[in-house]
Design a protein around this ligand. Structure first.
Ligand code: PRX
Length: 574
């Protein structure tokens, strides 16, 4: 288990914001972080104020807040620009009666309008619900329905995926696009923005009031709404300082989409709380375009994901040399296990260590990380962020000694911990079933030096290219296909994507297995749910292994796939 533990890459930047890790950990207290916010004095809380308007009020309004690039647009916005635009959108929302506590969703590709919308929603005290642009009808409907969303900001291109007739609570759609026909419930985004005042009163909220609702997947049931509150800004600010190591003048690029938690906590909140220039790039992954984004924007701090780094490694060293990446000073990764060879490759080719960080949608912010001032053990997620107590515990809550694998758990609470699973108290309570602890669902061990090493998931959640996919949601879609009788879905190990989705399917009477049918079924999921949830591999079986109560045993499917013993089969049907 620990043969890799000996390898160390020494500290990259001893003079980073964190300084000596052990000292920072020992001397930490959250009140020192609270003092960084204007509400510590004024009592007036709002994430959008702290992230944007405050910089204007304190004389930093002319700094660049957003550099947006995609194949069709290149635009920059100062903090003052974003303050004014988000004020306008807050006024547009108010004109439709949207107010504190309402759930307002955003469903669009990355664009300046997306970021302005999110900030405007926060300014009226409403709760933001981000939807990934690749979601199709069912995925969109499930989330809007569960949350009771009253409004949605979307584009003319994506609007057909919104089943308005099945969403009676969804009264307002703010539509971003051209030539919008007047229609009940449809509000022309650009037209309204044109008339809206750029002055707006901010809705001051409580630290425990709702900020954002991120839907994510578990192994059972539909996606669950993970609810975060404004207080999360303490975690965002502090980790922005000591993990992202943000300093004045930094140009920061987080490659994640705001449809996922990395794209909000670290694609919006953390960088802007620090007044950094935030680079946003739309469009798909391509090594050349991504290196060009670093070169063109003079990126200094870069936060990405293992799948991307593996693809860069696959693209080779030569392409790196075609770009000037000399502005980079700090690189980070999140979302899935970061292979030691990728860390070594990055160190050799970029001349920088890649700093792995561990956290989840539910944790709202980074919890276990590598810091510029701390030695890296390639393959390890690092050590707990100051203020966070992490441990490996057994199923009874007993802390295990070093090098023993068990549940990766975190002492409750911390500022950015989720406060609810929307409409589902039992699901929420499952995470806290051992008093005093949050149970992550990941297994790991801690070595003698206090470094944590990821081992796996205890449930059936799939992690493909860092995107979290619930097998149940995919299976539910699969069985809607007329040829599919039953379906079981697992994550199959994959060298680039970490895992890919593999579906085992038994067919209905009258359907014959064929390659065309596989392609058709996969397309059905892609078009109904989302591209990243579509199985890349399908295998037809006469029968699927089930418990006597009729539940498909994914563990047996996985054992088939990996040629492993299937384990205890005492509950199998026959
Ligand atoms: O299994 C862990 C994996 O991603 C899960 C959380 O996924 P999600 O909520 O989508 O959030 C992803 C980004 C915050 C975790 O339970 N995971 C996340 N980071 C790492 C990781 N696995 C290994 N190493 C990591 N650094």
């Amino acid at each position: 288990m620990s043969q890799m533990q000996g390898e160390i890459i020494s500290a990259g930047a001893p003079s980073s914001n964190l300084g000596n890790y052990e000292e920072a950990y020992a001397n930490f207290n959250w009140e020192d972080v609270e003092k960084q916010f204007s509400w510590y004095e004024t009592g007036k809380v709002n994430m959008a104020y702290e992230a944007i308007d405050r910089h204007v009020d304190e004389g930093r309004g002319d700094r660049i807040a957003l550099r947006f690039n995609d194949p069709t647009r290149e635009e920059t916005y100062t903090f003052k620009d974003l303050k004014e635009k988000s004020n306008q959108f807050a006024n547009v929302l108010r004109s439709q009666g949207i107010s504190k506590g309402d759930r307002v969703f955003v469903f669009m590709p990355r664009s300046p309008e997306l970021y302005v919308s999110i900030l405007g929603i926060l300014k009226v005290g409403a709760v933001v619900g981000p939807l990934f642009e690749a979601f199709m009808e069912t995925a969109v409907k499930d989330r809007l329905e569960d949350s009771g969303a009253v409004a949605l900001v979307t584009t003319t291109t994506l609007l057909p995926r919104v089943k308005r007739d099945e969403l009676p609570l969804l009264h307002h759609i703010f539509l971003v696009g051209k030539d919008i026909e007047p229609e009940a419930g449809i509000i022309d985004y650009f037209k309204e923005m044109e008339h809206a005042s750029s002055d707006a009163e901010i809705e001051w909220v409580n630290r425990e009031d709702g900020l954002i609702l991120h839907y994510t997947s578990g192994s059972t049931g539909k996606p669950k709404g993970v609810y975060h509150v404004h207080n999360a800004m303490l975690q965002h600010y502090y980790t922005g300082k000591v993990v992202l190591d943000l300093k004045e003048g930094d140009v920061y690029w987080c490659t994640a989409d705001p449809g996922w938690v990395t794209g909000t906590s670290y694609g919006i909140f953390a960088p802007w709380l620090h007044g950094a220039t935030n680079v946003v790039r739309g469009g798909r992954f391509s090594p050349g375009d991504w290196y060009d984004t670093i070169q063109k924007n003079k990126v200094t701090v870069w936060y990405s994901a293992p799948t991307a780094f593996r693809m860069f490694m696959g693209a080779g060293e030569d392409i790196v040399k075609q770009y000037d990446l000399s502005t980079l000073r700090h690189i980070l990764s999140v979302g899935e296990p970061l292979n030691p060879e990728v860390v070594r490759w990055g160190y050799k080719v970029y001349g920088h260590r890649i700093h792995d960080t561990w956290w989840m949608t539910e944790t709202g912010g980074q919890l276990i990380c590598n810091y510029p001032s701390m030695p890296i053990k390639p393959g390890s997620m690092g050590k707990p962020v100051p203020g966070i107590q992490a441990a490996i515990i057994d199923d009874n809550g007993k802390e295990l000694p070093p090098n023993r694998m068990g549940n990766l758990a975190v002492r409750t609470p911390w500022p950015s911990m989720m406060r609810l699973i929307w409409n589902n108290a039992p699901k929420y309570e499952e995470y806290f079933r051992i008093p005093g602890w949050y149970i992550s669902g990941d297994t790991a061990y801690m070595d003698e030096d206090g470094y944590f090493w990821f081992q796996g998931r205890i449930d059936d959640v799939i992690n493909s290219s860092g995107e979290r996919i619930g097998p149940f949601e995919v299976e539910s879609k699969l069985v809607e296909h007329p040829a599919v009788a039953e379906a079981g879905v697992i994550g199959k190990p994959d060298p680039t994507r970490g895992e890919i989705i593999k579906a085992f399917i038994s067919l209905r009477e009258g359907f014959e297995p064929s390659e065309e049918l596989k392609a058709e079924i996969s397309r059905f999921v892609k078009e109904g749910l989302s591209a990243h949830a579509a199985p890349r591999e399908i295998e037809f079986k006469d029968k699927l292994p089930k418990t006597r109560s009729g539940k498909i045993m994914r563990r047996v499917l996985k054992a088939w796939e990996l040629n492993l013993p299937a384990g205890d089969l005492s509950t199998i049907e026959d």
